[in-house]
Write a protein that binds this ligand. Structure first.
Ligand SMILES: [Zn+2]
Length: 350
């Protein structure tokens, strides 16, 4: 399943010393297995899953799943596009407001920065369900809509709380409608990578941050922080987001090809090896300076649109270098920054 929490993290939670954490980690794993089969079908037919907006522009629908399991989605409609204020349904519920505001911010980012009209570029409705499952600790895009759990409050809080998480999951929809990268091995790690890049860019854009002001962390706002955990992933230092944590273990992400994971878990390490291109993006953006979505983000978005389902890290590196050269010139500092960034993570280009 394309949840924000990777399977290895849920499996590790099932070994937590805390019996309550163990119990609901098991429930989460069972729920994830049910969603996974549905998603596989939808990713092969992305157009069929898209529900058009009646206006052809930003159109959000928020549902309350009333703590029912994932197969009961979407639930009860509690807020439509344009409804707001103290009289708007669901307005006292922070999960409803966050799902509405953050899916809107994600739409606005794609439209204002890349002139992309929703996930499919044809104005598809952004549908979200909140309060999915009982203390369900995950958020996912099922090919048709977003779903957010409330978390257990001990390890994770409600999953709508983090804009980067919302934008990451919605960006899986953008990936499906563009490169449609296979969710396995290097193409799968690129699928996760582009969702992370767009997730972090929407957050930085929403906060008006420069590359130096940004935290470059994914998921820090959904985690109950302790000295052993601060986020789910780090662009600046992959592999350091959590360390020897009793509930979630240690961050397995590499930052360089020499440490690439070659096993079969996590669809060939899609949430693990994404650390390598993530770090390349970070290095390129830092080198370019300013606000990351303006140059590095534009280059990466154009690359995403140009990739294909089986693109490798090498192809992604070449494509970003080509897009940088096309936008800024082959000898521009931007084009050089992109090449140097990939070379620094062990993907050298000519
Ligand atoms: Zn993901």
């Amino acid at each position: 399943m394309n949840g924000i929490l990777p399977p290895f993290l849920l499996e590790r939670m099932a070994e937590s010393p805390n019996p309550q954490t163990r119990r609901w980690a098991m429930e989460n794993l069972a729920a994830s297995a049910a969603v996974r089969s549905e998603r596989r079908v939808l990713s092969t037919l992305p157009q069929m899953a898209a529900i058009p907006s009646p206006t052809g522009r930003k159109h959000r629908l928020i549902y309350d799943a009333l703590n029912k399991p994932t197969h009961a989605l979407p639930g009860k409609l509690v807020r439509r596009e344009g409804e707001k204020g103290p009289n708007g349904p669901g307005s006292n519920d922070p999960a409803v407001s966050e799902a509405y505001d953050y899916s809107g911010a994600t739409y606005d980012f794609y439209w204002e920065q890349f002139e992309r009209n929703s996930l499919d570029d044809r104005g598809m409705s952004l549908i979200s369900s909140v309060h999915v499952g009982k203390q369900y600790a995950n958020a996912f895009w099922n090919g048709e809509q977003m779903a957010y759990g409330d978390g257990d409050g001990r390890t994770f809080v409600r999953f709508t709380k983090a804009l980067d998480v919302v934008a990451h999951e919605l960006s899986h929809g953008v990936v499906t409608h563009t490169a449609n990268l296979e969710y396995q091995d290097e193409p799968g790690a690129l699928n996760e990578h582009f969702a992370d890049v767009m997730g972090i860019l929407v957050k930085q854009w929403h906060r008006g941050q420069t590359v130096k002001q940004a935290d470059w962390l994914i998921g820090n706002d959904i985690l109950v922080k302790t000295p052993t955990r601060r986020a789910l992933r780090s662009f600046a230092a992959p592999g350091t987001a959590y360390t020897n944590d009793p509930d979630i273990g240690s961050d397995p992400q590499p930052a360089h090809m020499r440490d690439k994971y070659d096993g079969e878990d996590d669809y060939g390490g899609v949430h693990i090896n994404s650390g390598i291109p993530n770090h390349a993006f970070y290095l390129a953006a830092m080198k370019m300076g300013g606000q990351a979505w303006k140059k590095a983000g534009r280059i990466w978005y154009r690359a995403l649109v140009g990739l294909t389902p089986r693109s490798s890290f090498k192809i992604a590196a070449q494509t970003t270098a080509e897009k940088a050269a096309a936008l800024y010139g082959p000898r521009s500092s931007e084009a050089i920054a992109v090449k140097q960034a990939w070379s620094s993570v062990g993907v050298p280009l000519k």
